[in-house]
Design a protein around this ligand. Structure first.
Ligand code: AMP
Ligand code: FES
Ligand code: ZN
Ligand code: ZN
Length: 311
């Protein structure tokens, strides 16, 4: 269902106004004007934060920003809602993609007048293209490992109490779908929008988990947020993109499918899967960060990179 010509904002109408609607949200059956869309988005984010007990106004929040629409929209909404949220950008050294996204993240930080911390992966280890060459592993999997490691280490060392990422409903549903196809119970058990703090891992949250990709793009557009509009060159052919396309087709025919799949998983399936279990977490004997093995995966990758450098 598309926005009807001359449709009016439903909230304005309730208040006796008659503003033209600029967006129709099929699965919420809502037609809204610009101002009411922006406040709808922010209220929905705030409701998610409160419902899942993500953080409060007393927390020091580190928003992981990629320069994309989701993380910048999230940072904008948190700042507007009065949360104490700073940004963190990891320069992955992926040629033009990293240069462009870094610039956009920096520009945005200046615009909202909040600090943006930048970590250069090339200085810590090497760039993602170099790491990919040295380790022979798919770029995205090594990249994810490094991102998680440095987000956690940086935030903890700098005294933040929680890390917020911009994962949206489409991201979460695509991952859920992939894990369900494989019945990957170990991943399904951990697929929750809040991961509590434990054993050196800081609390991690996804406040946009009930916001679709289209909704966050619209919020960014209406707030004049400039974001990187193309994907990382390594993302081509990722199965999650195929799942997203498939699920979006379903969503078009049956609005609300994605939200229902995700929220019912959280309500009905997650509690069955998630039993408190003791994990054998230890400390990496090289860097001291939390790890399930003697040497953590980042240190193992670092060893492979330095080996490749000496050959
Ligand atoms: P992605 O895995 O690229 O879909 O990104 C998911 C989330 O991870 C984003 O919304 C950001 O919160 C975070 N993120 C991705 N790339 C970076 C980066 N280079 N620096 C900091 N955070 C990032
Ligand atoms: Fe990490 Fe693309 S952003 S490989
Ligand atoms: Zn309105
Ligand atoms: Zn280590």
């Amino acid at each position: 269902m598309k926005l009807k010509k001359n449709a009016r904002c439903q909230i304005c109408k309730q208040k006796g106004g008659n503003k033209k609607a600029i967006i129709f949200l099929p699965h919420h059956r809502l037609a809204l004007c610009k101002d009411h869309y922006i406040s709808w988005f922010e209220k929905r984010v705030e409701k998610t934060i409160k419902e899942f007990k993500m953080f409060s106004k007393d927390d020091r929040i580190l928003v992981a920003v990629s320069g994309g629409k989701d993380s910048l929209s999230l940072w904008n909404a948190l700042a507007k809602l009065g949360y104490n949220a700073d940004g963190f950008y990891i320069n992955l050294g992926i040629d033009q993609y990293s240069q462009d996204s870094k610039l956009l993240a920096e520009q945005f930080a200046k615009k909202i007048n909040r600090p943006l911390h930048i970590l250069d992966l090339s200085k810590e280890v090497a760039s993602i293209p170099e790491i990919t060459k040295a380790t022979n592993r798919p770029a995205c999997s090594a990249c994810g490992t490094f991102k998680r490691y440095y987000m956690n280490k940086f935030a903890r060392d700098a005294g933040y109490s929680v890390i917020a990422t911009g994962h949206n409903l489409d991201d979460e549903v695509a991952v859920l779908f992939g894990n369900t196809l494989k019945w990957d119970i170990d991943y399904l058990k951990r697929q929750y929008p809040v991961l509590k703090e434990e054993n050196g891992f800081l609390k991690k949250v996804k406040p946009l988990c009930r916001i679709t990709e289209k909704e966050s793009a619209m919020y960014a557009f209406l707030n004049n947020i400039e974001y990187i509009e193309y994907e990382c060159p390594y993302s081509e052919g990722a199965s999650s993109i195929e799942y997203k396309e498939l699920l979006s087709k379903l969503e078009e025919k049956h609005p609300g499918t994605k939200l229902q799949f995700y929220t019912n998983f959280l309500k009905k399936m997650y509690p069955l899967l998630h039993k408190e279990e003791k994990k054998d977490l230890t400390k990496c004997k090289i860097c001291g960060e939390p790890s399930f093995q003697e040497v953590c995966s980042v240190c193992k990758l670092k060893q492979q990179v330095s080996k490749a450098k000496t050959v």
